[in-house]
Design a protein around this ligand. Structure first.
Ligand code: PLP
Length: 395
């Protein structure tokens, strides 16, 4: 009865775990939730005020499909200031969240027979969005010893005549690692040699630590800019996940196709959100520094605690708000039920210790699990102690 397309994909696993943890909580259980993929901070007040003003002013009608000009101009300004990239309005489209931006790109670029290279561990929606467009995801494993960064050699080894694009995500969800400029230059050489596109998901751009500077692969060269679709948004940088606003910058013919596709699906992003987004991008930015400072404290604490648990090791994340410890040292251990994989461990920790996190399996890496530190220090403290105890009970 259902289409092949519908049969081939699965619900977002991160949202599924989050739902289970919330259901347990609603039923009265005391659950520490490391599963969430959104900032625990509230949207800054001045952004809310801009939305309230938009409502009061009656800015509640359809807008141009690809976004209002003041927002496109604010986005152009952001790319210029943050990334040294110059775009015109025809090279920008505003969508209903960065996930929607990525989906529009998939619709505009991928088709039957196309291969899209996705480094693993990957964000959960990349492979399924490729599948939804009848193309083939080609998963390329990265090494923990390389800090989960795709090597240009591994990339080249997986390119075929059918390869259309490479999806990059720096800072990365789930690994929390970042690509440096030198590596991006070497990847760009391979990409240009084979005439691929790069979809660069930079949604965690503002969340970098230890003096890391975010680099967009589009800024590596003018040629590379022509082959790159840069995706970004406000969900993570301005704590605006529920507002649904993402944007893409790239070659005008692709942006035009994405706009046409969007005109036949969702039409414009929410009008009120667009006004709020102008304020988010052009108003005071001090909120971001405050949030990053808090995340940084939690990051240091969580990673050092995880590393003090026997048979668990965690490389230091340099971006986003996730720790991605290696838990494969626990495989084969038992407490009532045996633990053979990341899902076994996640279920054990949820049911026995009241701790929700996402098994690495969901991201194409079964030897790890993902903990979000977008939760209070108090929760992190409590959650880590529960994990330590539950893992200590595995024999
Ligand atoms: C959160 C997230 C997104 C989607 O963000 P929205 O703008 O809320 O749709 C995209 N990519 C990655 C890697 C994310 O973690």
């Amino acid at each position: 009865m259902l289409s092949n397309r519908a049969e081939n994909i699965k619900p977002s696993p991160t949202l599924a775990i989050d739902a289970k943890a919330k259901a347990m909580k609603a039923a009265g259980a005391d659950v520490v939730n490391f599963g969430v993929g959104e900032p625990d901070f509230d949207t800054p007040e001045h952004i809310k005020e801009a939305a309230i003003k938009a409502l009061r002013d009656g800015f509640t009608k359809y807008t141009p499909v690809g976004g209002i000009d003041p927002l496109k101009d604010a986005i152009i300004g952001k790319f210029q200031t943050d990334n040294g990239l110059s775009y015109s309005r025809e090279e920008i489209i505003v969508s209903c969240g960065a996930k929607h931006s990525l989906y529009n790109i998939a619709q505009a670029l991928y088709g039957p027979g196309d291969e899209v290279i996705i480094p693993a561990p990957y964000w959960v929606s990349y492979p399924d969005q490729v599948l939804l467009n009848d193309a083939t995801p080609v998963i390329v494993k990265t090494q923990e010893s390389d800090a989960f960064v795709l090597s240009p050699e591994a990339l080249e080894a997986h390119i075929t005549k059918r390869t259309k694009a490479l999806i990059l995500n720096s800072p990365s969800n789930p690994t929390g690692r970042t690509y440096d400029g030198k590596t991006l230059e070497r990847i760009a050489q391979v990409v240009l040699k084979h005439g691929l596109y790069v979809i660069s998901d930079e949604i965690y751009e503002k969340l970098v630590y230890d003096g890391v500077k975010h680099v967009s692969i589009a800024s590596v060269s003018e040629e590379m800019k022509k082959r790159t679709l840069v995706v970004n948004g406000l969900s993570k940088s301005h704590a605006m996940t529920g507002w649904r606003l993402g944007f893409t910058a790239g070659p005008r013919e692709i942006i035009k196709a994405m706009t046409t596709i969007q005109s036949q699906s969702t039409s414009n992003a929410n009008s009120i959100t667009q006004k709020a987004a102008v304020e988010a991008l052009t108003g005071p930015q001090d909120f971001i520094g405050m949030m990053r400072g808090e995340f940084d404290k939690r990051r240091k604490f969580l990673v050092s605690e995880l590393n003090s648990i026997p048979d668990v090791s965690c490389i230091t994340p340099t971006g986003a708000f996730y720790a991605f410890p290696n838990i494969s040292g626990l495989f084969g251990k038992v407490n009532g039920k045996p633990v053979f994989c990341s899902s076994d461990l996640a279920l054990y920790l949820l049911e026995d210790a009241g701790v929700a996190l996402v098994p690495g399996d969901a991201f194409g890496d079964d030897r790890h699990m993902r903990l979000s530190y977008a939760t209070s220090m108090e929760n992190i403290r409590k959650g880590v102690e529960r994990i330590r105890e539950a893992i200590g009970n595995l024999k």
